[in-house]
Design a protein around this ligand. Structure first.
Ligand code: NAD
Length: 480
């Protein structure tokens, strides 16, 4: 059995215990045993990052550029192999997994460039002769806590900006998918990151995550995961005076209007709701459809769903891989049952047997639902979409905004008037017109509003808001 250690202060070190990483497409396939840190080991990683910060915060942009650029190149060169590992541990299909790895590489390339673009401002003072200079500095030690659904892209979009701007890092990946982050950290170490600049502590949220959030030596925490965990982490960070950023759940609406191109709408909804097994925070989980197109849309969706192949993530032709684990599968089934009890009509959504033991679930479309039902209020995080039938555009917009979340939202229409109005008035951090709510570029801001997010946006040039702190310097006349 392959063993995978934690990475602390430039050394690979065993954990206090180990945890098995199992392939959700084939429960007989064990990827390896991964170290589980305890609180003491986590604190050692934090101390190493603190010590390394003294030098790394003074490194030149060229040093940081070279490191990040090389990491990006290595990931790209190993895209196929890393994609296979990712599909094996998380269960998204091989093409999706390879795409995610490619995205991680591009993120490192983008932030390599950002090291050179940091700059500052010289501002005329309101006082005679005085000069004002505004610059950005690194924050210090950043604790990164990531979820299981993007095992390499999310670690990449947190690690790359943290290092680009001169911070040091302690990362705790999700318990279910440590292998991709392990490989990423190994690539960063082998690219020449000095000891302590990047540290990996695998293990349980309640132990390792908790130690990161409560340590006074951690200056900031960037978290992606569920609302309940995020809010608890936010409260602890606030209490201990840490900067924090939370990216949490979604209940993303996709509006389909009477004037939509039916084929475009169905494609956007099939992709947004069911690809990556619906396990995306940006998944289209509420399909809000106006009366005139409703019957044609539902018939078209059912036909497309029946043609989707659910199976082994690594097999050719699979459209939908397995659910990530038994707990998530049970949650998906529980929500399907709740929707039925609330009066919804369920199409699909049954467990599927395949050659290997795995967590296979047919995609589910739930019709006859209303905004007040739990299926339309709570995040399921599986291949489950509900449909809300509405009279017209105004009712559709009201339904789209009738949620405590605000991550991504979409509209399918051929009307510029409705598309423009929706872009302006939907309460979401990201808006999509005639394309799926999930699937975003790597060089522009990512994030939401309302209950979905807290703090500055991630990715693109906006990432510097979180990973740097601003200093305003006043230089008096007469200073030489
Ligand atoms: P989760 O909240 O269960 O876990 C996220 C991370 O937090 C894991 O690493 C976990 O070990 C850690 N954790 C758990 N308890 C902790 C504690 N007490 N202290 C510190 N850390 C702790 O989420 P998950 O099930 O891994 O991921 C699914 C969720 O992530 C969904 O809600 C999804 O919407 C969300 N998500 C959001 C985005 C986004 O950008 N908005 C992206 C991907 C996933």
């Amino acid at each position: 059995m392959s063993q995978f250690a934690n990475y602390i202060d430039g050394q690979w070190v065993e954990g206090a215990s180990v945890s098995r990483n199992v392939n959700p497409s084939n429960l007989d396939d064990v990827i390896g045993e991964f170290a589980q840190a305890d609180a003491d080991q986590t604190q050692r990683a934090i101390s190493a990052a603190r010590k390394a910060f003294a030098q790394w915060s003074l490194s030149t942009p060229q040093q940081r550029f070279d490191l990040l650029d090389q990491v990006g190149s290595t990931i790209l060169a190993r895209k196929a192999e890393l994609g296979r590992l990712l599909a094996r541990e998380e269960g998204k299909t091989l093409p999706e997994a390879i795409g995610e790895v490619g995205r991680a590489a591009q993120i490192f390339k983008f932030f390599a460039g950002e090291t050179l673009r940091i700059g500052g401002e010289i501002v005329p003072s309101v006082r005679p002769g005085m000069t004002v200079e505004v610059t950005r500095e690194p924050l210090g030690v950043i604790g990164l806590i990531t979820p299981w659904n993007f095992p390499i892209a999310i670690p990449a979009w947190k690690i790359a900006p943290a290092l680009a701007f001169g911070n040091t890092v302690v990362i705790k990946p999700a318990d279910l998918v440590p292998a991709s982050t392990y490989e990423l950290v190994k690539i960063i170490a082998e690219a020449g990151a000095p000891a302590g600049v990047i540290n990996l502590v695998m293990g349980r949220g309640s132990v390792v995550g908790e130690a990161l959030v409560s340590s006074p030596d951690v200056d900031a925490v960037s978290f992606t995961g569920s609302v309940s965990t995020g809010r608890a982490i936010g409260a602890k960070c606030f209490a201990s005076g840490k900067k924090f950023q939370l990216e949490m759940g979604g209940k993303n609406p996709m509006v389909v209007l009477d004037d939509a191109d039916l084929a475009v709408a169905i494609e956007a909804c099939i992709n947004g709701a069911f690809y990556s097994t619906g396990q995306r925070c940006t998944a289209s989980s509420r399909l809000i459809v106006t009366e005139g197109i409703y019957d044609r849309f539902i018939d078209g969706m059912k036909a497309r769903m029946q043609a989707l192949k659910v199976g082994d993530a690594l097999a050719d032709g699979t459209h939908i891989g397995p659910v990530v684990d038994d707990k998530q599968l049970q949650q998906d089934e529980r929500y399907i049952a709740i929707a039925r009890e609330e009066g919804g009509t369920v199409f699909g959504g049954e467990r599927i047997e395949r050659e290997t033991r795995g967590y296979f679930l047919a995609p589910a479309l739930i019709t006859e639902t209303t905004s007040g039902m739990r299926i339309n209020r709570e995040e399921v995080f599986g291949p489950v979409a509900s449909v809300i039938k509405v009279k017209d555009y105004d009712a559709a917009l009201a339904a789209a905004n009738d949620t405590e979340f605000g991550l991504s939202a979409g509209i399918c229409t051929t009307s510029l008037k409705y598309a423009s109005h929706f872009r302006r008035h939907v309460q979401a951090g990201m808006v999509m017109v005639n394309t799926a709510t999930a699937g975003v570029d790597y060089h522009v801001p990512f994030g939401g509003r309302k209950g979905s997010s807290y703090g500055p946006r991630e990715q693109g040039s906006y990432a510097r808001e979180f990973y740097t702190t601003v200093k305003t310097a006043y230089v008096s006349p007469g200073t030489v």
